[in-house]
Structure formats: C-alpha cells, structure tokens
Design a protein around this ligand. Structure first.
Ligand SMILES: [Zn+2]
Ligand SMILES: [Zn+2]
Ligand SMILES: [Zn+2]
Length: 148
C-alpha cells in the first residue's frame, strides 16, 4: 500500500539501516514524507540552510545507497529525491513505478500504484531497474487552470 510511506517511523528506519539518528537525517526524512512530490537538493538546501551542503549531500548519498530514497529527474534535469517503498533494500531498489513530470510546476511525482510491467530484455542483458517518466499536468496545476 502506498500510504505506508507517511507512517514511516523515521528513527526505526535509521536504526534498521545502522545509521545514527542525527537531527539533519531526521529532518530530511520528515520533509520528504510531508510532500506529495519529490524534493530537489536545492529545495532541501533552502529549508536546511543551517546544514552545510557537504553534509546534506552525504545524507542523500547514504540514504540512496541504503534503499531509503531514490533519485528522479525533473524536466530541468535536476535530481530530485523521493522516499522509497518499504521493499527497497541496500543497493537494490524496487522503484519500478511511474514518475510523473508536471510541465507547469516542474514537480516530479512518484505514482507508486502504477507498477511497470516486467521488461523482457534480450539474452545477455540484466536489468537493475526501469525508470519511466510521464509528462503532463499534475492535479494541483490542472485545478489552477480550470476557469471558475
Ligand atoms: Zn528504492
Ligand atoms: Zn504541477
Ligand atoms: Zn519514485
């Protein structure tokens, strides 16, 4: 179920991955879980201006390696990060869902419920992951566009 994302126990999550519970780590997790769209590094830097960029970068890299967050790109080619479904493991992500790029607000949404079919690749190829992007307009921007 996609809704489990919001109920993550962050401290337990860090414990499980043998990461120390530090305030910046917990803040990154809580910020990402509070948003419906993925979070870009510049967004994080803005909110966490008291944390230096190197620390922030290390947090993101560690989270990605541990299978806590995954990277998605927005239409500008900027890396965004989103929390993973609970079945991601260290160095083994299972984020085969549709990513939706909104052309209006440039946000990237993880559509967790839209699972991608397993790809049949030619012999000799092994697949680590599949990323599919859809572009269009998100519900928020669609609402703004509709005349009252
Ligand atoms: Zn993942
Ligand atoms: Zn939008
Ligand atoms: Zn995603």
């Amino acid at each position: 179920m996609a809704q489990t994302k919001k109920n993550f126990d962050f401290e337990e999550l860090l414990n499980k991955h043998q990461l120390k519970k530090t305030a910046p780590r917990l803040r990154v997790l809580s910020m990402m879980s509070s948003k419906t769209s993925a979070t870009s590094q510049p967004d994080l830097e803005e909110v966490m201006s008291d944390v230096d960029r190197v620390t922030l970068y290390r947090i993101l890299t560690a989270f990605e390696e541990k299978g806590i967050i995954h990277k998605v790109f927005d239409l500008n080619g900027t890396a965004n990060y989103a929390l993973c479904a609970s079945n991601c493991e260290e160095n083994h992500h299972h984020d085969e869902h549709l990513h939706f790029n909104c052309v209006e607000c440039k946000n990237v949404y993880c559509l967790d419920d839209m699972h991608l079919p397993k790809l049949e690749v030619p012999q000799g190829f092994t697949t680590d992951g599949v990323t599919v992007y859809a572009t269009g307009t998100c519900p928020k921007c669609n609402k703004k566009k509709t005349p009252k």
